[in-house]
Design a protein around this ligand. Structure first.
Ligand code: G4P
Length: 532
C-alpha cells in the first residue's frame, strides 16, 4: 500500500451524545463489526464511570481500561478506523471539547424518545465552530419514540444543521418493523437480536408489491408516502464525489441521518458502511505558519490530551498526539517546538482492538500515545524539524468557577507548581484577577474540582480550599477601536483576569452584565472561546 493510500483509508472520529442515548452501545457494536471485540459488554469504561460517579477515585483505579478506551482503533473493509472516546457524564470535562479538535468527523447519537438534549447541543457547538462533518444516528427505535419528521425538524433547529435522512423507519416501539435504507435501496426487516444482524433485502423500486407482503399494505403505503415527502423536502445524497449533498456534508452543513437500535445491532452496519464511504480521511490542519496537508511526507502532530497516571509513585503521563501529516516512527528524533528540543520515543503506543501496544510507525490520522514525564502541554507541536505551531486548540469558557486558596501556608510553592502543571495538562483553566491577583479555577464539571484537590494533595503534597464564586462566563474579547477597548478595560478592571497565556478575559457574573457590556461597548467583540 502506498503512503497516500494508507492515509486515505483512515477515518478518525468521535461519537458524541447526551448520557444514556447509547454511545457506549453503539461504539461496542462498531467494534464488534471491526472484529476488535468478540462479545457485547466489552466496552466497560462508560459503565464504570456511570455506576461509580460519586467515587471517582475508584474510577481512577480503572485507568488502565480508560487509557485504552480513549482511542479505539480497528480495521473494517480495508479502512483503518480510529474512534476517540469523549468522556461524558460526571467527568465531562475540557477534555471532551479538546478531543473534538483531533477528529475529522463525528457521529451524533440521539435517543428517539428524548430528541436533542443539552450535552449534544454543547458538543455540537464545537463541531459547528470547526465545521466538522457530522452524521446522526437516531437510536432506540425499538422503543416508542417521537415522530421521525419531528425529530429531523428538532435536529435542524436545535443543532443548527440541515439534515437528510438516509434511512427511514417503519413505525417504532412495539410496532417497529425495520428501516428502508434510502442510501442503498434496501429494506432491512427488524428482528430483535443483540448479537446478530438482519440481512437486508434489495429493492430498487419501492413500489414493489413484495414490500406489502413483508410489512403489510398499510405500513408499505405509509412508507411510500413518507419517502415521497422526503424526496420533495430533503436534499438528495449519494456518495459520488461531485454530489452536492456529499460536499455539503464534508463542509459541515448537512448531516445524513440513520435510524436504528444499537442495542439490537440494528441499523449499525448500514451506518458504518455509509460512514466509511463518505466520512473524510484526515483533513488538512492549520498551523500559524501555514496549512499542513496530511499527505506531506514529513511528520507533524500535536498533543490534544494528557492522561495522568494517578499512581503517585509513578508520576508519568501519556500524551496523546494526533498525527497531522506524514509518518511517525519509533526511535526517530522529532522536534518539540515549545521546548526547542529534539526528542525520540522508544515506547510509543497505539490503540488497536482494545489493547495498548507499542508501535513502530503510525500515519496521519492516527493517534499515538507518548509516555511523558512532564515534557508536554496541551497544544504542543511535534515535527520532523519544521518550525510550526498548530492552531485549533482553543480554550472554551468554563461553566463553573471557584477561587482556589492555599490551605497550608508551608506548602505555597508546591501548590503553585501543582496548579500550573495540572493546568498545562488541561485539567481545568486558571484565571488570575488583574486587580486582586486572586486565582480562579474554571471547569465544565463539578468533578474536576474534586480531582484537582485530590491530585494536589497526593501528587504535590499541597492543600487547597475552594471559595465560592458566582460567575456566568469568561469571555475573551477584541476590538479595532483601541480607545473604546482601553476605556472598557479601565472601567471593568476589577472584572478582568489574565488567562494562562496572559490574554485578557472579561469575567461576566451574569448574562445580563455581559449583555450590558455588549450594548455599552459596541465595537468590542466578546467570545466564549479563546480562538476567534
Ligand atoms: P451512553 O454511553 O450514551 O451513556 O449510553 P449507553 O450505551 O450506556 O446506553 C444507555 C442505556 O440505553 C443502556 O441501558 C443501554 O442498554 C440502552 N440502549 C442502548 N441502545 C438501545 C436501543 O437501541 N434500544 C433500547 N431499548 N435500549 C438501548 P442501561 O439499562 O442503562 O444499561 P444496561 O444495563 O442495559 O447495560
Amino acid at each position: 500500500m502506498t503512503f497516500e493510500e494508507e492515509i486515505r483509508r483512515r477515518r478518525t472520529f468521535a461519537i458524541i451524545s447526551h448520557p444514556d442515548a447509547g454511545k457506549t452501545t453503539l461504539t461496542e457494536k462498531l467494534l464488534l463489526y471491526g472484529g476488535a471485540i468478540h462479545v457485547a459488554g466489552a466496552v466497560k469504561s462508560n459503565k464504570i464511570r456511570k455506576t461509580a460517579t460519586s467515587d471517582w477515585m475508584e474510577i481512577e483505579k480503572q485507568r488502565g481500561i480508560s487509557v485504552a478506551t480513549s482511542v479505539m482503533g480497528f480495521e473494517y473493509n480495508d479502512y483503518k478506523i480510529n474512534i476517540l472516546d469523549t468522556p461524558g457524564h460526571q467527568d465531562f470535562a475540557e477534555d471532551t471539547f479538546r478531543t473534538l479538535t483531533a477528529v475529522d468527523s463525528v457521529i451524533i447519537v440521539i435517543d428517539a424518545a428524548k430528541g436533542v438534549e443539552t450535552q449534544t447541543r454543547r458538543l455540537m457547538q464545537v463541531c459547528r465552530m470547526r465545521k466538522t462533518p457530522v452524521m446522526v444516528f437516531i437510536n432506540k427505535m425499538d422503543r416508542e419514540g417521537k415522530d421521525p419528521f419531528d425529530l429531523l425538524d428538532e435536529i435542524e433547529s436545535e443543532l443548527g444543521i440541515s439534515v437528510t435522512p438516509l434511512s427511514w423507519p417503519i413505525n417504532s416501539g412495539q410496532r417497529f418493523k425495520g428501516v428502508y435504507n434510502i442510501f442503498q435501496h434496501t429494506l432491512d426487516l427488524y428482528t430483535p437480536d443483540k448479537t446478530h444482524v438482519t440481512e437486508s433485502i434489495r429493492y430498487d423500486d419501492v413500489t414493489d408489491p413484495a414490500i406489502d407482503e413483508l410489512v403489510g399494505s398499510q405500513d408499505a403505503d405509509k412508507l411510500r408516502s413518507d419517502l415521497e415527502l422526503i424526496e420533495g423536502v430533503y436534499p438528495t445524497f449519494n456518495a459520488e464525489l461531485q454530489d452536492a449533498g456529499l460536499q455539503d456534508y464534508l463542509r459541515g452543513d448537512l448531516a445524513p441521518v440513520f435510524f436504528g437500535s444499537a442495542l439490537n445491532t440494528f441499523g449499525v452496519k448500514e451506518l458504518l458502511e455509509c460512514f466509511v464511504k463518505i466520512a473524510p480521511s484526515p483533513r488538512p490542519v492549520k498551523a500559524e505558519e501555514r496549512e499542513v496537508s496530511p499527505e506531506e511526507p514529513a511528520f507533524t502532530g500535536f498533543v490534544f490530551k494528557i492522561h495522568a497516571n494517578m499512581d503517585p509513585n509513578h508520576r508519568s503521563c501519556i500524551a496523546f498526539v494526533k498525527i497531522c501529516s506524514g509518518k511517525f516512527e519509533r526511535n526517530t528524533y522529532y522536534r518539540h517546538i515549545r521546548l526547542d528540543q529534539k526528542m525520540r520515543f522508544s515506547a510509543p503506543t497505539a490503540f488497536m482492538a482494545q489493547r495498548k501496544e507499542t508501535v513502530d510507525e503510525a500515519y496521519a490520522g492516527d493517534i499515538v500515545g507518548l509516555p511523558d514525564t512532564g515534557n508536554f502541554k496541551i497544544g504542543d507541536t511535534l515535527t520532523s524539524g519544521e518550525l510550526l505551531h498548530f492552531k485549533g486548540l482553543p480554550s472554551f469558557s468554563p461553566e463553573m468557577f471557584k477561587y482556589i486558596e492555599n490551605a497550608d501556608p508551608m506548602k505555597q510553592k508546591q501548590l503553585e507548581k501543582g496548579v500550573n502543571q495540572l493546568m498545562d495538562e488541561g485539567v481545568a483553566q486558571l484565571f488570575v484577577n488583574q486587580v486582586t491577583g486572586r486565582k480562579i479555577i474554571g471547569t465544565v464539571g463539578q468533578l474536576q474540582f474534586e480531582v484537582i484537590q485530590y491530585r494536589l494533595e497526593h501528587e504535590y503534597q499541597a492543600k487547597c480550599k475552594w471559595e465560592p464564586l458566582s460567575m456566568y462566563k469568561a469571555c475573551w474579547f477584541e476590538s479595532d477601536d483601541n480607545e473604546e477597548l482601553e476605556l472598557f478595560k479601565r472601567r471593568k478592571a476589577q472584572y478582568l483576569a489574565f488567562d494562562k497565556e496572559g490574554r485578557d478575559v472579561f469575567l461576566a457574573d451574569s448574562a445580563y452584565v455581559l449583555q450590558m457590556a455588549q450594548n455599552d461597548y459596541k465595537h468590542i467583540r466578546f467570545h466564549f472561546t479563546s480562538e476567534f
